[in-house]
Every structure is written in C-alpha cells, then in structure tokens.
Design a protein around this ligand. Structure first.
Ligand code: NAP
Length: 672
C-alpha cells in the first residue's frame, strides 16, 4: 500500500490519523493511503509567508520566469514517471498528454510570457499615466505588487498535474508561495509531480508545499493577503467560500466549478458539411476524453430541430467505435472513471437526466468493458431530450462522466436561450461557417459563458479543441461555473497581486516604477546615449537634438520619393478645406524620418537594431517653415539575452514653440 506523503515546512510527512484510502480506478483495489489530521497547519502557513514569500518577492519577474522554465524543462525530461502512475487514475495515454504535457506546456507559456511581456522588475505597471492638473506635476499610475501571503490551491481529481501547474505558474510568477491540496482520489500523481519539481532544485524554500488528504483548519487561519483558488464541484465551492473566516477577512476566493457546457450546430451546417463533421468529432472527443471527467466537456448538444436525428445517428456511430476498458490495453480509447464512488455518482446523475430525456446510446447494464471486473467503467451515454423548454434537470445536472444530451432548437434565439439555461458555463462552442450566425449567437450568449469557441472549415486545421483551456486565454465562467477567472496570460498573474492606485509627482512615480514618467527630471550625459552600452544607460538619461526646419521642398521630395502624395501634403486648397489643417502639412512619416536623422549617432556602436515604434501619436500639424527637434529619453530597460537588452526610449517631437507635435516609444536593442 503506497503512503502518499505531504510536503510540510521542508519535510515529507507520512499519512497519519484520519488517513483516507485511495483505490485503483482500473482494478477497484485499494492502493494507497493519504492524509494526516495532525499536520502543522499554522507552521505551513508561516513557512510560506515568512520564508517562501520573501524569497520569491526578492526575485524579479524575469528571474521567476526563468525558474518556471527550469521547472518545465525538468518535468519534461522526467514525465514518463508521471505517465506510468497516471494509468491507475483510469486515464489513457492520450489523457496523460492533456494532463501532464498540458501542465508542462502551461509552465512554458508562463515562462515565456513572463520574460517577454513583463519587466525585469518587482512592480508591474498597469495602464497609462493619468494627469490631474494642467502642468502634469501630480500624476496617477496603477501598479501591481505581489501579495504578501500564501495561495492555497484546492484542486479537483480529474487533472492532478495540469490542475496544479495552471495555478502554480501564475502564482509563482506573481511572487506568491503556494500550498497545493489535490483531490485525494488522484493525489499520488500530484505528489510525484511535486517531488520532481523539488528535485529540480530551483524553487526557494517555502515556495511550494503539498497537503494530501484534508486541510485541517487551514482556511480558518487565512488572512487578507492570502488567496484560495478552488476547483471542484459547485457544492464544495459553496461550502468553502462561505467559511466565516474567509468572509470576515475578505480573503480572495476564486472558484472554478462544474458547468453545463453546450455545443451548438449552426443552421447552415448540413449533414454533409465540414462543420457537421467537426461537430460530431468534437462532441465524441469531449464525451470520451478522460471518460468525460472534464469540467469543459460538452454536456448539452444543441442542434437544429430538423437535424436532431442525423446528429444522434452520427454520434452513435462514432461512440460505437469507442473501446472502453483498461487504459493500458491495446485499442482502448476510453479508460475508467476515477473510482467506483464516481461511477455510482455518474449513474445516479444519468438517471436524473434520464427522467427528462431518453437514453439513445450506451447502456451501463449491458455493456462489457475490456478491463478488470472491479474497474470503474461506464459506456458513453447519449440522451435525447425532446422537450428542452420544459426540462430542467438536463440543464442543471452535471453527470461528471461520458454523458451528454441532444436537444433541438427552432431558431438561433432559441439555441442561445437553451445554451444560457446552464446558468453560466465555462465554454460553449458553435460550429458554423456563417459569420452572421456566429455574431448573433455571440450577442445573445457571450454574457453567459467564459469562453466561446467558434469552429469551421477555415479554423479547424489549427483549432485547439472545445474542451482545452489555453493558458493565453481566460478560463472560468459566470454563475454556475463559479464566477472565477484563471489563466489568460499575464491577467492570471495579476490575480495574485494587489492593484494599487499610486499618486505622486513624475519623479516619485519614475523612482518607484523604474519606468520614466513624462515630466520627471532628466539627466543629459556629455556623451550621446547611443554610444553607451546597455548597462551604462540609466532611466531618465536624455538628449535634446538640434532643430531642423521643414521646407515645402522637403514635403514634395518626400511625396515623390515615397509615392505618398495624399492631398493634405500636396494640394493647398484641399488641405485648407480639411478641418484639421490650415494648409499643406508635413507627412507624419517625414517627421519620424527627420527625427531619426536628428537623434541617431551614425558611427558603429552598442545600438544594434531599431525593433519598432509603439504608442505613436501625431498631436499637432507641422507646416512648411516650422522646425523640429527631438527629446529622446531612456524610458525602460529590459534584458532580452546575454549579449543585449531592449531599451525603450520616449521620443517627443517638438516644434519651434516647444509644443509637442508627436510622441512615441522607440525600441532598440543595445549591446550589454
Ligand atoms: P469536489 O468533490 O468538489 O472536490 C474538489 C476539491 O475540494 C478536492 O480537492 C476535495 O478534496 C476538496 N474538498 C472537498 N471538501 C473539502 C473541505 N471541506 N475542505 C477542504 N477541501 C475540500 O470535486 P471533485 O470531485 O474533485 O472534482 C469534480 C468536479 O470538479 C466536477 O464537478 C467538475 O466539473 C469540477 N471541475 C471544475 C473545473 C474548472 O476548471 N471549472 C476543473 C476540473 C473539475 P478531497 O478529494 O480530499 O475531498
């Protein structure tokens, strides 16, 4: 019997009093113990808050991103061990790819986004500067800083690896230590993954702890700097989120719970169309992957009334080819449910659905799985609900297994209404090649779903799957789905940070955020900044160029040379009729080119390349006879590789009256 341990304050702790039994999903045999009521809950929180938190917060976002990458590489090199033990959860090898490789992939995405989209700093600036007065002497800026507590992740049984890593990646990137509490049924896989991660030797002490079994009174000990992220059933979510201590201290609580996800077949998708085919394939996959134990699985199949029969026929034919049994056996496509308790629950829920819908495929009483007798096997079960308007249970009963119900719709409004009756879902999909259908359904339905997945013949070759939350996109949904949000790229990192509205002078904001704020004091070095290496450039280092007059000849030359002879540059009468101009104006692109001519240092030097402009605005017209000069200031520095870094310059173009005529961020790569 395996003893699944917890990782507590730097030591592994064996199961003790209150330990629970874990069963092999395929054989039904007891295989492990997990849980210990006597763990030092307070000590765990202290170790995370006092040791893990400060160590993580001392690292910059880039250092934390490098840590995630090292973890991902280490797990990737050792993932076979996770595959090997995951079969006992009932999962097939292709299920492991979703859980194990999907989890590692999420770490990689956060490692890469952290390095590319976040600064090499400790503070994350959010949005633009807000100016309150005329002169800009007192400004506002929103910033995010790491929460100074601990994140407690309570996870569901179906994804013991991905479920942990999709929360851990953004939390660690945010600088917040985590205590992971996997569902007991599959916690031995999570335990193995945690051992591997600790073995990578890159996590600071206190950054990661693991509780297998119950979490004692840990929720009663959390405070305002802590967070709870819950994944599981709506019932458990309600119980945990109403913990009086969490409520009294406004502890951040995110819930990802069950969801009655729908898939809609567009009225344009005839039975011989690519979209009809996609619809059938995606639904069959959603019903059978992980034996339907996916929070995003399609539970309700919404098809035009006239095509319900064709859908049932095509789906049944496909499900008939799904061999159910021992996930390691040759030819098996769908494994077991996680336990016989889960099997009993799924059958009970299927019976509830069966009171409102007829089962048209999959009889659990007569089917013979290709696996051991005691395993938690059920067949895929397809129901048909003939009167979805009057039905209630088909819209609110989640059978967390390979169970789905087909229902017909009269028109698009009816289709959206049925999809929305799930009371808030994680995802709904639409198979249509008609953009008007897609738009109408989005308008009628998007507010009820966290993600809308629209697939057709064009997107299909690269489509990611109805049921796959991508780390780049938010995962979560309103109402029944929990009202939470996870992932979504850097948005997910901010869930573990506090947004604060900072107010102060430009010098204060520059010093705090490490990014130059317009109006802050600049320093003009005696040498051109383009002659300085990355490390010798300081925020606020600046030059003001000489002035150059813009002539009519310049404008005409530029127009002929580039072909841009837009009337406002060439035709004085037409230009004057334009409400923005008094006469012929210089091209914005001419100004940009002249600006570069004014600020570059021509000799070979540490500036390696100009990689782009951002936030470009032309704020005032420039007429022949006006002059132009440029204030170029180091705004932000971001290391990109060992030998170079990105320098973001604020470029402000000024006329002879020192009025700003244009402003932009210039991006350069500078040698280190
Ligand atoms: P569950 O029974 O609600 O359990 C979820 C987690 O809560 C488990 O770790 C469980 O631990 C823990 N838990 C239960 N009671 C607790 C308590 N009193 N104190 C602290 N922790 C407690 O759900 P599940 O059966 O594991 O997962 C299936 C459900 O999760 C389905 O409804 C599915 O839709 C949902 N789900 C949602 C998402 C999503 O992202 N929205 C993803 C996956 C699954 P024990 O196992 O030790 O009881």
């Amino acid at each position: 019997m395996q003893q699944v341990e917890s990782y507590v304050c730097g030591d592994w702790a064996r199961p003790g009093s209150g330990a629970r039994l874990i069963y092999n999903a395929v054989t039904g045999a007891a295989m492990a113990h997990a849980g210990n009521d006597g763990l030092d809950w307070g000590g765990m929180l202290d170790w995370a808050r006092d040791t893990g938190g400060p160590a993580l917060r001392a690292m910059t976002f880039h250092q934390r991103a490098a840590m995630l990458k090292a973890l991902a590489l280490h797990l990737n090199a050792n993932k076979q061990a996770l595959y090997d033990i995951s079969f006992a959860t009932g999962a097939t090898q292709s299920d492991h790819l979703i859980d194990v490789d999907g989890g590692i992939g999420t770490l990689f995405v956060y490692a890469s986004k952290g390095r590319r989209e976040m600064p090499d700093a400790h503070i994350l600036v959010d949005g633009d500067i807000e100016q309150f007065g005329k002169s800009g002497a007192f400004l506002g800026q929103h910033v995010h800083t790491s929460k100074q507590g601990v994140a407690v992740h309570v996870n569901a049984f179906n994804f013991p690896v991905w479920g942990m890593l999709e929360k851990l990646a953004p939390a660690l990137l945010a600088g917040v230590p985590s205590i992971v509490k996997p569902a007991t049924a599959t916690c031995y896989v999570t335990e193995a993954c945690v051992r591997l991660m600790l073995g990578a030797g890159v996590l600071p002490p206190g950054a990661l702890q693991l509780v297998t079994g119950g979490i004692g009174d840990m929720l009663d000990r959390l405070g305002a700097q802590d967070a709870v992220t819950f994944t599981g059933s709506a019932d458990t979510a309600l119980r945990l989120r109403s913990n009086p201590n969490l409520l009294a201290n406004s502890v951040h609580f995110t819930a990802e719970q069950d969801s009655l996800n729908a898939s809609i077949l567009g009225p344009d998708a005839e039975p011989d169309s690519p979209e009809f085919d996609l619809f059938i394939k995606e639904i069959a996959r959603e019903m059978t992957v992980k034996a339907g134990q996916k929070c995003t699985a399609v539970r309700r199949i919404i098809a035009p009334q006239t095509r319900v029969e064709a859908v049932i026929e095509a789906l049944s034919a496909r499900l008939a080819r799904t061999v159910v049994g021992d996930p390691q056996a040759e030819g098996v496509r769908m494994g077991a449910l996680v336990s016989n308790d889960q099997k009993a629950d799924v059958l009970a829920k299927a019976a509830i659905i069966g009171a409102e819908a007829e089962r048209v495929w999959g009889d659990p009483d007569t089917f013979t799985p290709q696996g051991p007798e005691g395993g938690a096997f059920v067949p895929p079960m397809l129901f048909h609900c003939a009167d979805p308007d009057r039905a209630e249970r088909v819209h609110d009963t989640e059978a967390f297994g390979p169970v789905s119900t087909v229902m017909g719709y009269r028109d698009l409004a009816h289709a959206a209404d049925l999809a929305n009756r799930g009371g808030g879902s994680l995802v709904a999909s639409v198979m249509t090649h008609d953009p008007k259908v897609a738009r109408e359904l989005v308008l009628a339905s998007a507010a009820h779903h966290g993600r809308l997945y629209i697939n057709d013949r064009t997107g299909a070759p690269e489509s990611t799957g109805h049921g796959s939350p991508m780390p780049h996109m938010t995962h979560g949904g309103p109402g029944r789905a929990g009202g939470g949000e996870e992932l979504g790229g850097i948005r997910g990192v901010k869930h573990y940070m506090q947004r604060t509205a900072l107010q102060g002078s430009p010098d204060m904001l520059t010093a705090i955020t490490g990014a130059y704020v317009p109006g802050a004091t600049v320093a003009e070095p005696d040498t051109h900044p383009f002659t300085r290496r990355y490390g010798d450039l300081a925020i606020g280092m600046s030059i003001l160029t000489r002035a150059r007059e813009i002539t009519l000849e310049d404008i005409e030359h530029f127009a002929t040379f580039t072909g841009d002879s837009f009337y406002a540059h060439m035709d004085p009468d037409a230009a004057a009729r334009n409400p923005f101009f008094e006469g012929r104006v210089a091209h914005g692109y001419l100004l940009l080119s002249f600006a570069a001519g004014l600020f570059v240092e021509p000799a070979e030097g540490p500036v390696l390349a100009n990689t782009g402009l951002e936030n470009l605005r032309f704020t005032q017209p420039v007429y022949p006879g006006d002059s132009l000069r440029v204030r170029l200031t180091v705004k932000q520095k971001t290391p990109r590789a060992k030998d170079h870094g990105e320098v973001r310059w604020r470029a402000e173009m000024l006329n002879q009256r020192d009025e700003t005529v244009g402003v932009y961020d210039l991006l350069t790569m500078v040698a280190r």
